[in-house]
Structure formats: structure tokens, C-alpha cells
Design a protein around this ligand. Structure first.
Ligand SMILES: NC(=O)c1ccc[n+]([C@@H]2O[C@H](COP(=O)([O-])OP(=O)(O)OC[C@H]3O[C@@H](n4cnc5c(N)ncnc54)[C@H](O)[C@@H]3O)[C@@H](O)[C@H]2O)c1
Length: 417
């Protein structure tokens, strides 16, 4: 389907947000997609509050942003209520790969469900839009192909993936109930497989797995016979879609699929990676994990129509950029064994006053010298709040946007499909 002509497009260019600087909260901002979104929004001239508990995200993903005066890091666990002054909220906080979300499945459900309630309560109180990063996993092992938003899915509610799939489904239900019941401005996006630099190298997802194995000359592990299909969306394209969705008019609530409709078998993906890396790794086959979907491909007609969006980065181009990232990490020895979950260590800072708790937000990685204090008000445990967020200092962003300039894509909707 062709893109809408610019005049009819509710979001003709995702970069129009540059005109009106806002204060934007990104939960899960230190994760793979979140860290790209942080850069993109800083590049667009916004002030970014990156909230994360570093359970699956890495500090290295946002380290270079800590010196940016428009960037603020808040270490907080989204399962606890939060109170901040912001103009928009992107809710990305959630472990996203099976190896991460199955490690503590009860907690995974809490992150999706309680996290959704907490960001929705904040959006309700502030009367600001909130975007939910939902997932193609809400379709389960789909019997409709490609997946359209009207399809209700085929999810095993008691399987090992249910903590993630059903958690995200419940979060979607909450978003729509807060919208209907309280009039909260919601934007629900269903993200399909996304890949790119700053993916966690040990997250068990096919792209990172295959690239790291190929580069190390290790056997490539294919689960099943490799005939199951996936579609892979480069992260710059995904971020562009999220930004465009956020900028739609209030009646646009979703759900809207975001992903790359080009479909590849796992075997095809392996072949491209082997060719690209020049690796002579052999292939070994393992049994398919429980409830692994056999086919996955988004129908993105709605995203094209509403957002004028479609992916513009080819698998090969995206894999080249991702391979360069992993190569650098491997060269610096930064791909080691599996990092243990650190979520429980993360700051729920004890009450600092009679009414709330506060987090110190260092603007440099060492902290201490140059810091902004951001108050996160307490929930009922801590009594009523009394204070506001101290407005962070202004200052020009020093980070380029992720999409557009970086990728040469001036906005997916501006290109012919
Ligand atoms: N990457 C994909 O292919 C994909 C596909 C569909 C949906 N999504 C969704 O997009 C979002 C981002 O995914 P990603 O691939 O960047 O994953 P990621 O694991 O790299 O990022 C998630 C971030 O959330 C943080 N986090 C987790 N639990 C938290 C908590 N309780 N409190 C605060 N922060 C917490 C993690 O530390 C991490 O930084 C997730 O919600 C995921 O479900 C991703």
C-alpha cells in the first residue's frame, strides 16, 4: 500500500517534534530499543528522562548520554509507583527476550501489569499521552497470517511464554480500560522482532545469537528445522514508527503493528549472516522450544495509513550495522557470560522526607559533582506528595537522532514502499 500524500498524513515527518521541546519519560530507556529512542528524542531537541532498573538494560547503552544536560537517568523499578512531571511517556520497561523474561516469570508479569498501571496512573494524573510498547507475542502462535491488528491471537495461557505474552495482553487491556474509563490518551504499538546495535549479545534472540556465534566461529544453533519464519525490523525504523505513533492525534490509540513485513526463514537469516561475517561456523539443530511461533509477519497497512510509515532499512544493511557493533564489543571483550538479573538491587530509594522518596540522578557516570536531583514521589507507603520535580537545566542536546540523519532515511513515509 502506498504512503499517504503528505497533506493527508497525520504525522508527515517524525522530526516535526523538533519544533516543540518537551520533557519525555522513557521507561526501559537503558535497554536496546529505549537507548535508541533516548538518542532520537534528544536529537529532536527534547529533554529525556530515562527510567530503568538495569535488569536487562546495560549502563553502557546510555553512558555517553550522561554528559548531555538534557538527559537524566532515574534508577527505579517500574513495578513501584512513580511521580514525575513530564509531557509524554513511552513505556518500554520489560524484559523482552525469552531467556530474560523466563528467568523470573512472576516478576515478568508484575513488570508488565504493575508497570502499566503505574505509567497509566501517572499519565492520568498529568493528562499526558502514554505509549505502550506491546508485542507481536500477543498473537501467540498465530493462525492468521500475516498478523493484522484485528486478530485476537492464539496464546497458550499456561505455557512458559505466558508470563510475557499474557502480561503484555493484560497491559493492553489496562491501557484500553484507562482510556475508556478515565480518558487517558493512549497509544498502543505492537512491536515485531527488532534488531540492531545495542541488542544484548546474550539475550538468546536469533540475530544476536547467530551473529555472535558466527563471529566466534562457534556452531550456529538453529531451533527446529530452520523453516520457521520471522520478520526483522531494524531499530532505526522501529524508533521512527514509535515517534510517529506518539505524535498522532488523540483519537489514534491503536493497536498498531510496527515491524518489517519482509519474511525470512531462520535458515535464510543464518545464510545471510554466514556470508556477511565470512564465518565457516557449522550449523547444529536443537528441538523447538515450547510454544515457539512457526510464522511471524506483521501486516503494517494500518501503520502505513495512520503514520505514513514503513521500514526502509534492508535486512542486509541492518545486519551489517549490527555486525559492526558486535564486532566492536567482541574486540573489547565486552561479551561475556550471562549477566545475572540485577533488578532487585535497583533503587527504590528509601523515604528522604516525610512524604516521598528521591533519587539522585548523576549527569556524569561518576556522579557526585554535577548532578540533578529528581524527586520521585512515594506511593501510599510513603504518604501524600508535596513537592514537584525540579526542572532540569536546559541546554542544547548533543546527540544526533537515531533515524533519518544516521541511517539516511529521511522518514520512512517519505519514500515509496
Ligand atoms: N526487541 C524486540 O524485538 C521487541 C519486540 C516486541 C516488543 N518489544 C518490547 O519493547 C520493549 C523494549 O524491548 P528491548 O528489546 O529494548 O528490551 P531490553 O531488555 O533491551 O529493554 C528493556 C529495558 O527495560 C528495563 N526494565 C526491565 N524491567 C524493568 C523494571 N521493572 N523497571 C524499570 N526498568 C525495567 C531493562 O533494564 C531494559 O533496560 C519491551 O517492552 C519489549 O517487550 C521488543
Amino acid at each position: 500500500m502506498p504512503s499517504l500524500p503528505p497533506g493527508q498524513n497525520p504525522v508527515p515527518d517524525g522530526r516535526q517534534s523538533r519544533k516543540a521541546p518537551e520533557r519525555i519519560l522513557i521507561t526501559g530507556g537503558a535497554g536496546f530499543i529505549g537507548s535508541h529512542l533516548c538518542r532520537r528524542l534528544l536529537g529532536d531537541g527534547h529533554e529525556v528522562l530515562c527510567l530503568d532498573n538495569f535488569s536487562t538494560g546495560e549502563r553502557g547503552n546510555i553512558e555517553e548520554l550522561l554528559s548531555n544536560r538534557s538527559f537524566h537517568l532515574i534508577e527505579h523499578d517500574i513495578i513501584h509507583p512513580l511521580r514525575l512531571e513530564v509531557d509524554r511517556i513511552y513505556n518500554l520497561a520489560c524484559p523482552a527476550s525469552p531467556v530474560h523474561y523466563q528467568r523470573d516469570p512472576v516478576r515478568t508479569t508484575k513488570v508488565s501489569v504493575l508497570g502499566a498501571i503505574n505509567v497509566l496512573e501517572l499519565a492520568r494524573e498529568l493528562k499526558v499521552p502514554v505509549l505502550q510498547a506491546s508485542t507481536s507475542e500477543v498473537y501467540g502462535d498465530p493462525s492468521v497470517h500475516p498478523q493484522v491488528e484485528s486478530y485476537w491471537g492464539n496464546v497458550n495461557p499456561i505455557g512458559r511464554r505466558a508470563c510475557y505474552d499474557e502480561g503484555k495482553r493484560c497491559a493492553e487491556a489496562l491501557f484500553f480500560d484507562y482510556h475508556r474509563q478515565y480518558g487517558v490518551q493512549i497509544k498502543v504499538c505492537r512491536l515485531f522482532n527488532t534488531y540492531g546495535p545495542r541488542m544484548h549479545p546474550q539475550d538468546g534472540r536469533v540475530v544476536s545469537n547467530f551473529l555472535v556465534q558466527a563471529m566466534r566461529g562457534q556452531p550456529i544453533t538453529i531451533y527446529g528445522r530452520g523453516v520457521q519464519t520471522r520478520s526483522f525490523c531494524y531499530v532505526d525504523d522501529m524508533v521512527e514508527g514509535l515517534v510517529r505513533m506518539m505524535q498522532t492525534d488523540p483519537p489514534v490509540v491503536g493497536p498498531v503493528n510496527l515491524g518489517n513485513p519482509q519474511e525470512f526463514t531462520i535458515f535464510e537469516l543464518v545464510n545471510v549472516i554466514l556470508e556477511l561475517t565470512g564465518s565457516s561456523s557449522r550449523i547444529v539443530f536443537h528441538p523447538l522450544p515450547e510454544d515457539d511461533p512457526k510464522q511471524r509477519r506483521p501486516d503494517i497497512a494500518l501503520a502505513q495509513q495512520l503514520l505514513g510509515w514503513h521500514p526502509c532499512i534492508s535486512l542486509r544493511e541492518g545486519l551489517e550495522k549490527t555486525a559492526a557493533y558486535f564486532e566492536q564489543r567482541l574486540r573489547h571483550g565486552a561479551v561475556h557470560g550471562f549477566r545475572p538479573e540485577r533488578g532487585l538491587q535497583t533503587a527504590r530509594v528509601p523515604p528522604s522526607t516525610d512524604s516521598g522518596f528521591q533519587t539522585t540522578v548523576p549527569n556524569s557516570i561518576e556522579g557526585g559533582k554535577d548532578e540533578t536531583r529528581i524527586h520521585i514521589f512515594g506511593d501510599s507507603d510513603f504518604g501524600p506528595c508535596h513537592d514537584g520535580v525540579r526542572k532540569a537545566r536546559g541546554g542544547a542536546p548533543d546527540s544526533p537522532g537515531a533515524c533519518g540523519a544516521a541511517s539516511g532515511c529521511a522518514g520512512a513515509g517519505n519514500r515509496a514502499p
